[in-house]
Design a protein around this ligand. Structure first.
Ligand SMILES: NC(=O)C1=CN([C@@H]2O[C@H](COP(=O)(O)OP(=O)(O)OC[C@H]3O[C@@H](n4cnc5c(N)ncnc54)[C@H](OP(=O)(O)O)[C@@H]3O)[C@@H](O)[C@H]2O)C=CC1
Ligand SMILES: O=C(O)C1=N[C@H](C(=O)O)C[C@H](O)C1
Length: 270
């Protein structure tokens, strides 16, 4: 394998995650910032991508996807679904690999990502932190062991700026639990309750969403039985874990030509 630094571009360069990613890429000895994208009209366009760190990277933020990706081997994308889909098309055209952290993707958009992964290598995960991906394994064990007599609820809390709900991680937790129970989440999820709801249907998986302040990301799966309850939680105290996981995912893609991978593949949790 080449010793040359891995050339990474970052989409959503002035966003909360975009900045964390630029800092992580700049701090990694084996990586080089090779591009920085943002939306047309963004006040960040034309600025040095590392300017917010008081540093100079020589990479200027651009809305021109082709020139922004021309020098990149991997794009790390934490933006919005419509942005991710636009980036995906250009990555396919240029043969750039992709790490996708964006949440709120529709089934159609996920299918398109899977289709493009036949041509370029992609890691996609709603949560790039090591801890959350280990938590998914714990949920699988818990759901199998507590399949009778326990009501399952997933509670998530995020900052006031988050635009999608439930979080991608909460949905993935629900999918993991549903699969462990031999169910499809689409058939058993309850996303809201209001008014006279009737008694809880024991076959359902409930979701509760909290939005407020600067909460980075808290997730809990509650298994509520009679006389006891089990809570399996993960709380993020910083976005650094998501950025480190994303850089790890970019390194993982280095020798991959195509395929759709998850953080389980990156972390060797399969
Ligand atoms: N997988 C994971 O581990 C994690 C996933 N996320 C997900 O990452 C995404 C981004 O989160 P966060 O950084 O907090 O959000 P921000 O709103 O802070 O950043 C989003 C960035 O993307 C840009 N953007 C918005 N729309 C488009 C578009 N259509 N095309 C291209 N770029 C666009 C924004 O530009 P502008 O500000 O000018 O609109 C901004 O620079 C969310 O989906 C979030 O859920 C977040 C953390 C961890
Ligand atoms: O928007 C966020 O901030 C986060 N989004 C991801 C999600 O939707 O699961 C991951 C993390 O919880 C932070």
């Amino acid at each position: 394998m080449s010793n040359a630094p891995l050339r990474i571009a970052v989409a959503g360069a002035s966003g909360r995650m975009g900045r964390m990613l630029i800092e992580a890429v700049m701090a990694a000895d084996d990586c080089q910032l090779a591009g920085a994208l943002d939306v047309p009209g963004s006040p960040a366009l034309g600025q040095d991508a590392a300017g917010f760190l008081g540093r100079t990277s020589g990479v200027h933020i651009t809305a021109d996807l082709k020139s922004g990706l021309a020098n990149a081997e991997v794009l790390i994308d934490f933006t919005r679904p419509e942005g991710t889909m636009a980036h995906l098309a250009v990555c396919r055209e240029l043969g750039v690999k992709l790490v996708i952290g964006t949440t709120g993707l529709s089934d159609t958009q996920k299918a398109e990502i899977a289709a493009q992964a036949k041509h370029i290598a992609i890691v996609q995960s709603p949560n790039m932190s090591v801890g959350v991906n280990v938590l998914m394994r714990l949920l699988d064990v818990a759901a199998r062991a507590l399949s009778e007599g326990y009501d399952i609820e997933i509670i998530e809390a995020h900052h006031r700026h988050k635009v999608d709900a439930p979080s991608g991680t909460a949905l993935a937790m629900g999918e993991t639990i549903a699969a462990a129970l031999g169910k499809n989440l689409k058939d058993c999820a309850v996303y809201a309750r209001e008014g006279v709801t009737g008694e809880r249907d024991p076959s359902t998986i409930g979701f509760a969403t909290i939005r407020g302040g600067d909460i980075i990301g808290d997730h809990t799966a509650l298994f509520a039985g009679t006389g006891e309850r089990i809570e399996i939680s993960h709380k993020s105290g910083s976005r650094a874990g998501y950025a480190q996981g994303s850089v790890r995912a970019a390194r993982f893609l280095r020798d991959k030509q195509s395929g759709l991978f998850t953080m389980n593949d990156v972390l060797g949790l399969r």
